[in-house]
Ligand binder design. Structure first.
Ligand code: S3P
Length: 448
């Protein structure tokens, strides 16, 4: 059951070549951060290209509940009149973050050092996900949290009245945890220091700097050490949200597996903390090129051109690359099914605590469609059937997880029999135009 309505079963089947241009929506990570940081400024932040997926819309609603004036001007153009660092109002009601782990964890961080109380909840997926990874470091600032067993939502946070700055070594590779601590550090006096052993996406650091915070990063023996000076005055910005590499992954991977395809996906950020999938695909022998490489808003950007690649080979994905492609393993496993030989993915324990247990969800669905998958707690392997040999024909559970639903629909685009997902509803959380965009390229994907 999808949280935002009845299940939407969808089916994809083999189609002719995919061709044309895929203009994917704005980056989800940057969209959440634009709204939250905009709400923590004095003045009006303007945003273009905001992802209008349900996850981000839930964050927009939450920022209104904390007192910011958030306005939708149409066509991805938004503005946020912020309340300043430390200026959040106490929400009248429960903050419903829907399906979004990023939304809830970042917002918890942002409110944790303000003298207000807020209760957070979400859908069945979000209410099953671990929150102690965020509330443990927030407790060091003086924030109290009371939730359900195992640190699950619904959960109430009582913000610290007299926050103290913290030094925190993040125990799991998580940009959400790092970002929650940094956002909490904004309203603590003095310097908050966060150390991450593995580099994760650095949008929060880059954007805090853009908003005028004093923040620096250096490599140490312990890892990447980020130091933020608290209680800055953040300056309202204009933000052009780049297109989302995690969404680009779907038309790119579809083009690689559907015979005869040639698809252009323009304007995709290739920030090294996000672009691991594209490196991996190229190592597998994918015909994936970067055209018109340029720098936009301080980030490397290129137009991705993906063509049908019948001779891809399975590889061992370096575990140190995991953080830079953590959301892309489900769709990589689909490409691996069409490659020859084994693809080995290690160091991916975090996949088990996403919107679903993504190793388990993909393993079940791939096996049902005739693909051999082996798994352990923090690794899995997919043995490729090779092009033309993926059976398909099964119904897969999307488990309230947008990326699982889209991955199986890509699987069905070149399999011998159609692939069905029980609920495509979650796709709207991150890629609301997935169905028309893929159809426009020539895919056969539809609601049943
Ligand atoms: C995100 C961080 C990642 C990622 C998620 C977005 C972010 O989660 O999976 O989709 O915007 O910070 P983790 O921090 O749990 O790795």
């Amino acid at each position: 059951m999808s949280s935002h309505g009845d299940p939407i079963p969808m089916t994809s089947s083999a189609c002719g070549p995919l061709s044309g241009t895929a203009n994917v929506p704005g980056d989800k990570s940057i969209s959440h951060r634009s709204l939250i940081l905009g709400a923590m400024c004095v003045g009006e932040t303007t945003i273009t290209g905001l992802l209008e997926g349900q996850d981000v819309l839930d964050t927009a609603k939450a920022m209104r509940a904390f007192g910011a004036e958030v306005t939708d001007h149409g066509g991805g153009s938004w503005s946020v009149r912020g309340v300043g660092v430390g200026g959040f109002a106490e929400p009248d009601n429960v903050i419903d973050c829907g399906n979004s782990g990023t939304g809830v964890r970042l917002i918890m961080g942002a409110m944790a050092t303000q003298p207000i109380t807020a209760t957070f909840s979400g859908d069945a997926s979000l209410n099953g996900r671990p929150m102690a990874r965020v509330t443990d470091p927030l407790a060091l600032f003086g924030t109290q949290a009371v939730g359900r067993a195992g640190g699950r939502l619904p959960m109430t946070l009582v913000g610290a009245r007299e926050p103290v700055p913290v030094r925190y070594v993040v125990p799991v590779p998580s940009a959400q945890v790092k970002s929650a601590v940094l956002l909490a550090g904004l309203n603590a006096p003095g310097q908050t220091v966060v150390i991450e052993q593995e580099a994760t996406r650095d949008h929060t650091e880059r954007m805090l700097e853009g908003f005028g915070a004093e923040i620096s990063t250096r490599e140490t023996d312990e890892g990447r050490e980020i130091t933020l000076t608290g209680q800055p005055e953040l300056n309202a910005q204009h933000i052009e949200v780049p297109r989302d590499p995690s969404s680009a992954a779907f038309p790119v991977c579809a083009a690689l597996v559907v015979p005869g395809s040639d698809v252009l996906v323009p304007g995709i950020g290739l920030n090294p903390t996000r672009a691991g999938l594209f490196t991996t695909l190229r190592e597998m022998g994918a015909d994936l090129t970067y055209e018109n490489e340029r720098t936009e808003g301080g980030e490397p950007v290129a137009d991705l051109r993906a063509r049908f690649s019948p001779d891809m080979q399975g590889i061992e994905v370096p575990p140190e690359r995991a953080a830079s492609m953590i959301d892309e393993y489900p769709v990589l496993s689909v490409v691996a099914a069409y490659a020859k030989g084994q693809t080995v993915m290690r160091g991916v324990r975090e996949l088990r605590v996403k919107e679903s247990d993504r190793i388990d969800a993909m393993a079940k669905g791939l096996r049902a469609n005739g693909i051999t998958v082996d798994e352990g707690e923090d690794w899995w392997t997919v043995t490729g059937a090779g092009h033309g040999n993926v059976a398909g024909g099964a119904i897969c559970a999307s488990e309230l997880d947008h990326r699982i639903a889209m991955s199986f629909l890509i699987l069905g685009m070149a399999s011998n029999a159609p692939v069905r997902v029980d609920d495509g509803g979650p796709i709207a959380t991150s890629f609301p135009i997935f169905e028309p965009l893929m159809t426009e390229l020539g895919a056969s994907v539809a609601r049943d």
